[in-house]
Design a binder for this molecule. Structure first.
Ligand SMILES: Nc1ncnc2c1ncn2[C@@H]1O[C@H](COP(=O)(O)OP(=O)(O)OP(=O)(O)O)[C@@H](O)[C@H]1O
Length: 643
């Protein structure tokens, strides 16, 4: 291109040369004088371009008038280097344009260079924080929270609030998802446990909503458990303080007709179950037509099918949020392939943000596997850990509410500062336990999966997986209750012979996080996908938790047998009550059968009336309306049968 321009600029020059060749004989003197002058001007470093042009025009007109006379320009040109000077001079005329073009090019180049440098900086930030982003028109990550003011005009009130909480730098997930949401992009975000995903969606929502309005809910946040929903609600309260935005959390205690007043709120935080209950009322107690932001926290859990999942409920809520302006964002520390596929198909121009390797444990947790042989070995091991000295708070995970209660019974007798939380407890009891644990009044908290996801207890130092997690995903979330927000933590996982099937997947996660693992674990047989899914849905059967030694249990059993025998003898020896005798014999047989199968049944079977009521309630877990429906249905069926 540059060459072509060069030749174009030299064309008039060539033309002048031809003319001057013809006139050279006549104009030698004139030209020489001319050249002399121009050379002089050149020497004086004056802009000669215009002068040269004028002269040239003059030469041309003169040559036209003296066309009959001729002189040899060739000789002149070969013998005299002057024409070259002329070329240079004329070249200068064009070189001014070239220079301009060059300057333009330079400007373009510098612009390109600056853009490249900027992109390099953006890439550097992303690489430094292990941010992987997929999608089109990817917004730049934040360098600092100040970018929110300079680039997005975020209110000082919000920034003061986050400074008050103690956030000085955005976490990696916040760096990338906050700008994406501020550009109103639908997103799917995956970042390790405890990496600040909550604030990553709270900040842009509060900025977008701005002030309180009476249009109804404009943001809806869903979480799988009440505890997590409450925690998110509290975070919203802290970050939106002073903005005037009104928050709402659906509580069971809320009166039925409360739906009429929901227009006074801007943000709703809820579990899917509570929300569905309100949507199903006639007329619905909640209106989601005005929702502009739908956030699904722990989205892979909410997408799960079956008893423990919320897929059906989520579908209903998704449909109910039918505003044209609605934007959706999915957050979790783990993502299943099918959820990802769903997001790609159903979200509008979705941006996917992953921090670190997907479905990996946080690097700040020191992970350890401990072989304990049997169920009894677990109790021995936990006592040993506690006696060696623990730094509270400590979380202990078991697989069911029954086992949580059993372990609680054992540890409380050891005089430990311990409590348990599970779905068998009432909401008030659960809230009280959580509060005590947060305040440091309880040091060891025994819990089920209820506390496995999202819960942010400050400074948990140790997580003990008393019962082996039934999937790698469960493991990642459980151990993620420690090592949060960059702090360090430790996780110990007990395993017995029965847990071998899932051992390899957990060992792989440990290796990825840089924790040592015996090599044999990585070479164990991989369970099939089908088997893994089945395992993830069901918890394995385990012996009851009890310290009573087998010998002691045998002794107790023998004692009971002797008492029964004596009773029998007494009955047989006296007046014969055959019915009573048969009953006693049968009872004795059944009892010993049960005892033989399970040496710990005595303790496990002890149930207070309160326990029974709670168990019944948790089993039923049916809303009052559903109860009425069931009752009516039963009545109808009875009537049908009778007719
Ligand atoms: N920018 C920040 N600077 C410092 N601490 C932060 C920042 N953002 C969030 N935190 C803190 O990090 C902790 C974990 O945050 P959060 O509960 O949002 O994690 P998460 O990624 O949602 O975890 P999980 O996957 O377990 O739900 C909280 O105590 C929160 O206050």
């Amino acid at each position: 291109m540059w060459f072509r321009l060069k030749y174009v600029t030299r064309l008039p020059l060539f033309y002048f040369q031809i003319i001057s060749k013809d006139l050279s004989f006549q104009n030698t003197t004139l030209e020489k004088a001319d050249r002399k002058e121009t050379n002089e001007l050149k020497r004086k470093n004056v802009d000669v371009n215009s002068t040269a042009l004028l002269k040239k025009v003059k030469v041309d007109s003169d040559s036209e008038s003296n066309s009959s006379s001729s002189s040899s320009e060739d000789d002149d040109s070969t013998s005299d280097p002057e024409p070259e000077t002329e070329l240079q001079i004329l070249g200068k005329i064009t070189s001014k344009g070239t220079e301009q073009r060059r300057e333009k090019k330079k400007k373009v180049k510098t612009k390109e260079k600056l853009a490249a440098l900027h992109q390099e900086e953006v890439n550097r930030i992303r690489n430094q924080h292990k941010i992987h982003i997929y999608g089109t028109d990817k917004p730049e990550p934040l360098k600092s929270f100040d970018d929110l003011v300079t680039n997005y005009k975020m209110s000082d009130v919000i920034l003061k609030n986050i400074a008050k909480i103690g956030y000085t730098e955005p976490t990696p997930i916040q760096r990338q998802t906050i700008p994406a949401m501020l550009h109103r992009r639908e997103i799917m975000a995956c970042a390790p446990t405890g990496s600040g995903k909550t604030a990553a969606f709270i900040l842009p929502i509060i900025h977008h909503l701005g002030k309180h309005s009476k249009h109804g809910f404009r943001a809806l946040v869903l979480a799988p458990t009440r505890e997590l929903a409450k925690q998110i609600y509290r975070d919203f309260q802290m970050i939106s303080d002073g903005t005037g935005l009104k928050l709402h959390y659906i509580d069971k205690t809320v009166p039925e007709n409360e739906g009429k007043s929901v227009k006074k709120f801007d943000i709703l935080v809820s579990t899917p179950n509570r929300l569905i209950y309100q949507l199903n009322q006639d007329p619905p107690q909640i209106d989601l037509h005005t929702v502009e932001w739908l956030i699904v926290d722990e989205s892979d859990k909410l997408f799960e099918e079956g008893k423990s999942g919320f897929r059906d409920q989520l579908a209903i809520i998704y449909k109910a949020c039918d505003s044209k302006n609605v934007r959706r964002a999915m957050f979790s520390a783990t993502f299943a392939y099918d959820v990802e596929q769903w997001c790609r198909l159903n979200l509008d121009n979705v941006i996917q943000v992953n921090v670190g390797a997907r479905n990996s444990a946080t690097q700040t947790v020191e992970q350890e596997l401990q072989f304990v042989g049997t169920e009894f070995g677990k109790l021995f091991a936990i006592r040993e850990i506690i006696h060696k000295g623990i730094q509270p708070p400590v979380l202990v995970f078991v697989q069911s509410k029954e086992r949580a209660q059993e372990l609680f019974n054992e540890l409380i007798y050891d005089g430990m500062n311990v409590d348990a939380i599970h779905s068998g407890k009432t909401q008030a009891q659960r809230d009280e336990v959580v509060m005590k644990f947060r305040l440091g009044k309880v040091w060891i908290l025994i819990c089920t999966e209820l506390m496995g996801r999202g819960i942010d207890f400050k400074g948990v130092n140790l997580v003990i997986n008393y019962d082996f997690p039934n999937s790698a995903i469960t493991y990642i979330h459980r151990i993620g209750r420690t090592g949060r927000a960059g702090r360090s933590g430790k996780a110990i996982t007990f395993f017995t012979e029965d847990d071998k099937i899932n051992l390899r997947s957990i060992a792989n996660i440990m290796v990825e996080a840089g924790c040592p693992v015996p090599p044999y674990m990585l070479q164990m047989k991989k369970p099939t996908k089908k088997k893994r899914r089945r395992l993830a849905k069901r918890v394995p059967e385990r012996e009851h938790i009890s310290t009573a030694l087998k010998a002691d249990l045998e002794k107790a059993k023998k004692k009971r047998d002797i008492i029964r025998k004596v009773k029998l003898q007494k009955i047989e020896g006296s007046t014969v009550d055959k019915k009573k005798l048969r009953r006693l014999k049968a009872k004795s047989k059944n009892k010993s059968d049960v005892d033989n199968k399970n040496p710990t049944t005595q303790k496990g079977k002890k149930k207070t009336p309160k326990d029974a009521v709670e168990m019944k309630r948790s089993k039923q877990n049916i809303s009052p309306n559903e109860k009425v429906k069931k009752f009516k249905q039963k009545k109808k069926n009875k009537l049908k049968n009778s007719t």
